[in-house]
Design a protein around this ligand. Structure first.
Ligand SMILES: [Zn+2]
Ligand SMILES: [Zn+2]
Length: 279
């Protein structure tokens, strides 16, 4: 199993997982060109992806989705509410301006949407894709029906909980089997409060359907902790309201405090892929 976070942060999220029989992306929040270039750094191309799993419809998770999925006929795995929200944003793009995405396209946007290979799941259900068993669960965030994933691959379980307003008992239970966990550590509360963002935006981020602060991520990690968790990625760091060293320090203190010496802590970056994890 090879796992590479191609990038994570407030302006784009995308991770690549490869097992013996599957090559998938979790979210596609960079341009198709960026995703291609980042895959190329690990010697891979988007052509033969088996699927793209979508957590929710925010632009930092889907901006490259249409370009990749349409061109290479890649199945899109999401729930119905998310599909509808994605289709709506696609129609907005179609209506507002002639987007390069639609260049040379005679067909209308409804046809474009209908021809994408949607694979819908119900939130809370599990499904199989080749050698992966994918468990889905709801997460509190301000999107239509946002989900987290636990991907059970033959050699490892990988949990995804980015974009999380607060940790719930259900989420903690669903990802406790993870050996690798991608967990949001979005902001430093003081940096956010001191930032020049509007009051409304600050309230949105801090709210129970916004994003996890560094401290909240550390508390969440303590709640989830198990002997099986070996690799913990801090994801979705805010560029303006966080610093990698602060996020790392807060989590490292927590891991030390709870005696979780078996966990390797890793930072993700918006701009460069993480080193590939092979298990
Ligand atoms: Zn989001
Ligand atoms: Zn996001």
């Amino acid at each position: 199993m090879k796992f590479t976070i191609l990038g994570s942060g407030s302006s784009g999220n995308c991770a690549y997982l490869e097992t013996e029989n599957s090559r998938i992306l979790v979210d596609a929040g960079f341009s198709p060109r960026q995703i291609r270039e980042r895959l190329a750094t690990i010697g891979r191309t988007p052509e033969n992806l088996s699927g793209i799993f979508i957590t929710h419809e925010h632009a930092d998770h889907i901006s490259g989705l249409f370009g990749l999925a349409e061109k290479f006929r890649i199945p899109i795995y999401c729930n119905r509410e998310t599909q509808e929200a994605i289709a709506w944003s696609l129609k907005e793009r179609w209506n507002s301006k002639r987007d390069p995405l639609f260049n040379g396209m005679e067909k209308n946007v409804e046809d474009f949407i209908a021809k994408l290979e949607w694979r819908l799941f119900a939130t809370g259900d599990s499904f199989e894709l080749n050698d992966l068993l994918v468990e889905t669960f709801p997460i509190p965030h301000d999107a239509q029906d946002p989900v987290g994933f636990l991907l059970r691959a033959p050699t490892v379980n990988i949990g995804f909980v980015t974009d999380l307003g607060h940790m719930t008992k259900l989420v903690a239970e669903r990802v406790r089997a993870a050996n690798v966990l991608v967990l949001e550590s979005n902001h430093d509360i003081k940096m956010l409060q001191d930032s020049r963002r509007s009051w409304a935006l600050k309230q949105r981020i801090l709210g129970r359907h916004g994003h996890l602060s560094n401290v909240a991520a550390a508390e969440a990690a303590a709640q989830i902790m198990s002997a099986e968790l070996k690799h913990l990625y801090l994801a979705h760091l805010s560029r303006e309201c966080n610093k990698p060293e602060i996020a790392e320090h807060v989590m490292a203190e927590q891991l030390h405090h709870i005696g979780a010496k078996h966990v390797q802590l890793k930072l993700t970056s918006q701009h460069t892929p993480c080193a590939t994890l092979e298990i």
